[in-house]
Design a protein around this ligand. Structure first.
Ligand SMILES: [Zn+2]
Ligand SMILES: [Zn+2]
Length: 354
């Protein structure tokens, strides 16, 4: 089969021909129809995360071995299945839950395999979606997408699931009754707006530096949008809320600036959910955290149960998919470049010949 392989960090993905895997037991082989490209793919391509003070978290020290086939937002058609596969048939179009754990660690034992200590994530530790086919370790990680469009559905495996899990970390009584603030209107931000609508939220205020992305957020249904680089941003946010601070903020960017502003607009008994990993350090006035009983929580992708809940909403057409910028599979390096340089509105998705 054809694949695009990362052989060396910071170099273009290389087209290669490798053996197509054969499934056995609970395994399933999908012919890929659509593969989303995620910001994490850019981090993996670069080979590190910025953790502040010029320090880097090197992926090679975290068990990530090259060569690797990236890509973790996958929709494909079942072409072969092992003898223990039930419920699914050849020809079904399925979305893949890629955050597969070891099955034995503390996180896996409490159904939080997305925090596994020895993960088998597709597109990170195991071959992912930048290929013609993908081998999924068990049918349990597949959901039939019925009549949904594979190209607009792939985003739910990471972007959609990540935002859904972040939203679920906020009390329902907050987001259904009061506006919440979201930093970032890339693919995740737009998806968050749409999911919050499906969950009957009061509404979302979006902070974003890029004007075209702010427009996209308004079009997706944000109550209002604000420029991240506006020097009066904090006062404008409070002005919108009649001078009040906010009970919940989701930071989808996660850098020095957004973490500082997020904190400054938090009210008593509020929740800050940090999702973005653009890096750096934050300097919060520590005394205010206990004084205001602020809850700061991180969120990384989502668990399998959350994926089932989210896909139930998707299949019932409760969520408007985030706009997609589609690229033919062979334009993968161009798509990665566009995403890295901020030139994608919505989600970048690779589309395969049918
Ligand atoms: Zn991702
Ligand atoms: Zn585990």
């Amino acid at each position: 089969m054809k694949c695009y392989c990362l052989n060396k960090f910071l170099t273009p993905l290389k087209k290669q021909e490798i053996d197509t895997p054969t499934p056995s037991g609970e395994e399933v082989l999908l012919k890929i129809k659509a593969s989303g490209i995620c910001h994490s793919d850019i981090h993996f391509w670069e080979g590190y995360y910025d953790i502040g003070e010029d320090k880097k978290l090197e992926l090679k020290d975290r068990g990530i071995k090259l060569p690797m086939i990236l890509g973790h937002e996958i929709v494909g058609t079942i072409v072969l299945k092992g003898s223990d596969v039930i419920d699914l048939e050849i020809g079904d179009n399925c979305i893949v839950y890629p955050w597969i754990g070891c099955g034995n660690c503390e996180s896996c034992n409490i159904s939080q395999e997305n925090y596994c200590v020895n993960p088998r994530y597709l597109g990170i530790q195991r071959s992912g979606g930048f290929a013609e086919y993908v081998l999924v370790p068990s049918y349990k990680y597949l959901i039939d997408i019925k009549n949904n469009n594979p190209v607009t559905t792939a985003q739910y495996a990471c972007s959609g699931l990540t935002t859904y899990s972040a939203i679920k970390k906020i009390d329902q009584s907050i987001y259904t009754k009061k506006p919440i603030v979201i930093f970032g209107a890339g693919g995740l931000g737009l998806t968050a707006i749409s999911i919050l609508k499906a969950l009957n939220s009061f509404g979302v205020l979006v902070v974003e530096k890029d004007e075209s992305k702010r427009k996209a957020a308004l079009k997706a249904g944000a109550l209002d949008v604000f420029d991240l680089f506006d020097e009066n941003l904090e006062s404008k946010l409070l002005e919108y809320n009649n001078g009040n601070k906010y009970k919940a903020v989701i930071d989808l960017i996660g850098n020095n600036l957004t973490s500082r502003i997020s904190f400054n607009v938090l009210d008593k008994f509020s929740t800050l959910v940090i999702v973005g990993m653009f890096g750096g350090l934050s300097s919060w006035p520590i005394a205010l955290i206990p004084m205001k009983a602020i809850k700061i929580i991180g969120s990384y992708v989502g668990n399998l149960n959350e994926f089932y809940e989210l896909m139930d909403l998707v299949i019932k057409n409760k969520i408007t998919p985030t706009p997609v910028q589609a690229y033919h599979f062979d334009r993968i390096n161009e798509a990665m470049d566009d995403l890295r340089t901020g030139n994608v509105i919505g989600r970048a998705v690779l589309v395969h010949d049918s």
